[in-house]
Structures are given as C-alpha cells and as structure tokens.
Design a protein around this ligand. Structure first.
Ligand SMILES: CC(C)(COP(=O)(O)OP(=O)(O)OC[C@H]1O[C@@H](n2cnc3c(N)ncnc32)[C@H](O)[C@@H]1OP(=O)(O)O)[C@@H](O)C(=O)NCCC(=O)NCCSC(=O)CC(=O)O
Length: 292
C-alpha cells in the first residue's frame, strides 16, 4: 500500500459515511447511570471523521510544548507538585477503575452471547453505555498528555517510551473512534484495566510510599501482556478479513496502524522490563559482591 493510498483509506469511513454499514451489535445494558449514553452518535462520529487528523496536530504541539517547558526548566529548580500529582493520578485511577467495571460488560457479554467473530468485527451499540465509555476513552487520551507535564516540571527522566506511547495512542484512538473499530472493544478494555493498576501505582508512589519490586513488575507485566495481546487480536482481524474474506468493521489502514503501534509498544515494554528489573538487579548484586 502506497502512502497516498494509505492516507486515502484512513479517510474513507464506512460508518455514517457514503459507504454506510450497520455492523453493530444491538445489545443494550440493562441499566445506565445518568449521562452514560451517547445522545447523537452520528453527529459525534462525523465530527471525529472530519477532524481526526487534528490528533496529529495535537501530538505535534505536545512535542513542541515538551521542548519549550524543558528549556524553561533548564536553569530552574524542579517543582515538587506532591498534592497535584496525587490528585491527578488518583482521579485517573478512579476513572480507569470505574470505566473498566462499566465497559467490560460489553466485550464479555458479546463474547459469550455472540461469539468471537461478531465481538471482533461488529462494533458496540453506538448509543449505549459502551459507546459512552469508548468516547470517554478517546477524550481521556488528550487529558493523559498531562502526565508528561508533571514529569518535566518535576525534572524526572522523560523516556522515549512515555511520549511516543502518549502521542501514538491518541492518534490511533481518535481514528478508531471515527471508524468505530470493532476490535477497539478489546483494545479499550485492556487499556482501561492496565491503567487502573498503573494510575493506582503512581498515586501510591506520589504519596511517598515505595512499593516492593514485585508490584511494579506486575504492572509492567500487565502492560507488556496488553501489547502482545494487541498484536494477537490485530492478527486475528487480519485473518478474518484477508483469509476468510468476512466483513469486519475495521479498515485495512486502521489495522496496519494498530499492528505497527502494538508491535513497537511491545518491543519498548520488553526493553523497559529488561532494563528496569533484570539489568538493574544484576548491577545491584554485582555492587554488593564488590563491597563484600
Ligand atoms: C511500573 C511502571 C508503571 C512505572 O515505571 P516508572 O519507571 O515510571 O516508575 P517509577 O516508580 O520509577 O516512577 C518514575 C517517577 O514518575 C512519577 N510519576 C508520577 N505520576 C506519573 C505519571 N502519571 N506518569 C509517569 N510518571 C509519573 C513517579 O511517581 C516517579 O517519581 P518519583 O521518582 O518522585 O517517585 C512501568 O510499568 C511503566 O509504565 N514504565 C514506563 C514509564 C511510563 O511513563 N509509563 C506510563 C506511560 S505507558 C502506558 O500508559 C502504557 C499503557 O497503556 O498501559
């Protein structure tokens, strides 16, 4: 696929577009809390389709802002920001936990009642609770860029994995929102769950508690598993489309994007794991042997 063709396909939508399909599961949650629905999904989806590429604009501005703030902080003392950081991470932890509990009903019910193919290839009911939490998921990816601001204002090391992850997830999520990527229900559930653990971890560590190594190792393992599962799910959708020639609410361009993003995340997280937990402990034990 050439670049122009790829871009073209990224901008050809089959939901509410000229090639409209109705590949949605009709399930409605037995109960929804006030506001937990999407009033006019067509309006929001068309807005996403028209402007999804501004997620790329936001990412470029995000990189520029990082550079500007880093320059600004060069000769300044780091901010402590203890309480804002506790509040920030605490709010994101609470949001992720509630979202996991509410959103998980859709993929689990769909798997049980409709089977793997429909769960992978038919997106959720666009007006109901799962759609609301998918929409909230996309918006939360803009909010989460704030994590980086805390890191640079506190002059903590900013690693490539962090800012590449935040920008790539934002772009991919907004594009998937615009095309109602069906397999997004798995991607979203995994990420809400991983973030429930991650933001709880960051909340506790911002409070000043040092957690045992197994805790951070568990969080990193869940994140890495999420990336590997993402590769697996994307591969399954590819098989459904390319080999079985079955219709699927996920364009080839979106599928390629998912594949590249998940593979790179998986590599970066495995590298992170090795560096943080294997190389560091090997260095520590070598040091203590020297002392003895
Ligand atoms: C165990 C991890 C969750 C965290 O590893 P870290 O090396 O960041 O852990 P650490 O304890 O050394 O924390 C580093 C410092 O950053 C502070 N910190 C606080 N809040 C933060 C936040 N929201 N994002 C990033 N860093 C934050 C910590 O309190 C700590 O400061 P102090 O030194 O003062 O205590 C790991 O698995 C991980 O994700 N590492 C990658 C780093 C990262 O940025 N991850 C988030 C984006 S990736 C992501 O979100 C993946 C996903 O989708 O699941």
């Amino acid at each position: 696929m050439e670049l122009a063709e790829f871009w073209n396909e990224l901008n050809t939508f089959t939901i509410y577009g000229p090639n409209h399909t109705d590949m949605t599961t009709k399930y409605k949650y037995p109960y929804h809390f006030p506001g937990e629905q999407v009033e006019d999904p067509q309006y929001w989806t068309i807005l996403f389709q028209k402007y999804w590429y501004h997620s790329i604009t936001i990412s470029v501005l995000y990189f520029a802002l990082i550079k500007v703030i880093q320059k600004f902080m060069e000769n300044r003392k780091p901010f402590t920001l203890k309480y804002p950081l506790i509040l920030w991470n605490g709010a994101l932890a609470a949001f992720s936990i509630i979202a996991t509990l509410r959103f998980s009903i859709d993929p689990l019910r769909s798997l049980y009642a409709e089977g793997l193919y429909k769960t992978l290839c038919y997106s959720c009911n666009p007006t109901d609770v799962a759609a609301f939490w998918s929409f909230a998921f996309a918006l939360s990816k803009i909010v989460e860029l704030g994590d980086t601001m805390f890191i640079i204002l506190r002059k903590k090391p900013l690693i490539f994995l962090h800012y590449y992850h935040h920008a790539a997830v934002l772009i991919y999520t907004v594009h998937s929102g615009a095309e109602h990527t069906a397999a997004g229900r798995f991607y979203i559930l995994m990420n809400y769950f991983a973030h429930s653990l991650m933001y709880t971890y960051y909340t506790v560590s911002a409070m000043g508690y040092r957690m045992p190594k197994w805790v951070s190792m568990t969080v990193t393992t869940v994140q890495t598993t999420q990336m590997l599962a993402g590769v697996g799910i994307t591969w399954m959708v590819y098989k459904v489309k390319a080999d079985y020639k079955l219709p699927c609410q996920q364009s080839m361009a979106n599928l390629y994007l998912a594949f590249v993003i998940y593979v790179t995340f998986a590599i970066l997280f495995i590298q992170f794991f090795v560096k943080a937990y294997i190389v560091k402990s090997a260095k520590k034990s070598a040091k203590s042997v020297k002392k003895d």
